[in-house]
Structures are given as structure tokens and as C-alpha cells.
Design a protein around this ligand. Sequence first.
Ligand code: HEC
Ligand code: HEC
Length: 306
Amino acid sequence: MTRRTTERFPATVLASALLLLAVSGVAAAGGRPDPLAERVARGQYIFEAAGCQGCHTDDAHGGQRLGGGRAITSVYGTFYTPNISPDPIYGIGGWSDTAFIRALRHGVSPDGTQLLPVFPFTAYTLMDNQDLLDLRAYLRTQKPVARQSRPHDLQEPLAFRLMMPVWRQLSLTVGPLDTNPLRSAQWNRGQYLVRALGHCAECHSPRTWSGALDESRLFSGNPQGLNGEHAPNITPDAETGLGRWSEADLLLLLELGLRPDGDVVGGAMAEIVRNSTSRLTLADRRAIVTYLRSLTPLRAEPAPQP
Ligand code: HEC
Ligand code: HEC
């Protein structure tokens, strides 16, 4: 009797193993996962960490995902984000991987257009090549949107693009980001998430007369940021920054958007939490906190009175 059960057992195991293989789509040859599927999954994580969706989707007007058209207001006028879906005509489906990398690393599109830094390529330039390629692989799997990109509505539409080569000389440090061998792996991961992917400095730093980030005051807040919003000081200054926040306070903010005073963050940050930081692994949120807490404390410029 016992003999019969042991004989039947391997057949059942084999059947369920085959079923598992079929269900999970793992290639039968060697049982290894499909490298492309793995790259696309990695690319999705990069896409979320970098917050591409929020800017390139006009959620407020029912716009299609990655179809662009979202308005970004600034002192220079209104920018409308372009279509970055894989549509070959209206989106970036026709771009080569090299062209895609060039746009994010150097801020130049395939036809030579000088992209404006309202697109935070000044941060994405710090990404490493593999992450850019994985991000590209993920974008290719998204739904094409046949929608023409809307032109910006700026006071001096041409002047900006003409100024860009000079601006680039003065203000762009081309990446990728160097790792700091004197710091831990966790700190370096945090630096990469904050500086390159999360582009946190783009909102949380004051700008110089030319609109470039004020490198000497990074992360000390911007009283008049994107869409006119005040982005607070996120350096560890005790009075005007995050000096009194514990590690747990910061983790809670990045996961749920909750502040230590029980308030929830609003505006642009609510979106960053929803689309980006809440979707990261706990290890990555910890890395961000480690990096933020290591910054030199800086005092914020006073916010404008309402
Ligand atoms: C803060 C908003 C914002 C975020 C975040 C953002 N973009 Fe953009 N992006 C823009 C704007 C605005 C432009 C148009 C710039 C211009 O006209 O020069 C643009 C332009 C582009 C272009 C050039 C398109 C073309 O037709 O020339 C590409 C490609 C692009 N973005 C991809 C991305 C990817 C990938 C991400 C995430 C890693 C991302 N963007 C995140 C606002 C954003
Ligand atoms: C698109 C602009 C934008 C980006 C990008 C951005 N933030 Fe913010 N952040 C804001 C704004 C605006 C607020 C204030 C929200 C409020 O007062 O409700 C804020 C609030 C915060 C706060 C709460 C500070 C306080 O004193 O209440 C922290 C912490 C923070 N951001 C961290 C980050 C980190 C880390 C990143 C990068 C992963 C990041 N932010 C990226 C705009 C941004």
C-alpha cells in the first residue's frame, strides 16, 4: 500500500511543476526567466522612482497615460508636456535607444531640438546606462497614444531654445553620477534615488537668475517652485528644515505622505508620494532617508507671505 502512494507522488509533483511553469511563463529551456520581461519589470520600477507618469499624463482632463498635454505653469509661461507613448508618429516610438538616452542624458531630441530644463533631464542625466535602457524597454511596452503634442505657451518661445547651448555650458553637469567610495552602499543608493531618479532637488532647491539650481543651496527649499508652489527645506536644519524629524517620521512621509504633525502633504508632493516614493521598496525608502539626513543643514529662505 505504502509503495503505491510513493509511486504516484512524483507524478503529481511533476504535473504541478509543469503547471507552474506554464502559468508563470518561465521559459522551459533551463527554467530561466525571460531576460526581456525582467528588464521591463526593472524599467517599470525606474519609471515609478523617476515619476515620469505624472508629468506626461494630463490626469486632470482625462488625458491618456503618457499622451502628454499636462500644463506646467511657471514665471516664463505655460509648458505642455509632450506625448512620450510608443506611438511612432505622435510619441517616441520611432526613436532609437541611443536617441532616447541622448534626450535624457543631454537634453537634446533626435531632430536636434534643445530640450528645456522644465523636463528634469538635469537630474536624469545622472542615471546609469542600464537603468536608461531598462526604462526604455518598459516604455516600449506601453499603449501608443495617437495625440499630437501641444506647443508651449511662453512669453519668449524661441529665446529659450536659443539660450539652451549657453545654459547647458553653465548649468549642466552630464552624468552618470559617481559613487562615493567613502560612503556606504546604502548612502550611495540614497544619493542615486534622490539626485538622479527622484529629482528631488528640482523642486526643493532655490534657483539662480538663469533658472539653474543654486548648487550652494541644494535642498534648502524653493519659495516659488513649479506651479508657484512652495517646496520646503529638506536639509536637516533644526529650525527651517527636517532636523527634528526622526527616521521613522521621514519613512512615514515617503510611504503615506503623513507629516509628524498629523497633516498630509498636498500638491506636487502628494503626487510624488502616490506615484513614486510609496511604490519603492522599504530598503530604497531607507536609503533616501539616510542620504537626506547626511546633508549639510542649510537655512531656508523665508517663504512668501500669503
Ligand atoms: C516635471 C515634469 C516632467 C517629468 C517628471 C518628466 N518630464 Fe519628460 N518632459 C517634460 C516637459 C515639459 C518636456 C518638454 C520639454 C521641451 O519642450 O523642451 C519633456 C520632454 C520629454 C522628452 C522629449 C520628447 C520630445 O518629443 O522631444 C522625453 C523623451 C521625455 N520628456 C521623457 C521623460 C521620461 C522618460 C521621464 C521620466 C524619467 C520624464 N520625461 C519625466 C516634463 C517632465
Ligand atoms: C514636483 C516638485 C517636487 C518634487 C519632485 C519633490 N517634492 Fe517634496 N515637496 C514638494 C512640495 C510642494 C512640498 C510641500 C507640500 C505641502 O506643503 O503640502 C513637499 C514636501 C516634502 C516633504 C515634507 C517637508 C515638510 O516640511 O513638511 C519632504 C520630506 C519631501 N517633500 C521630500 C521629498 C523627496 C525626498 C523628494 C524626492 C524623492 C521630493 N520631495 C520630491 C515638491 C516636490
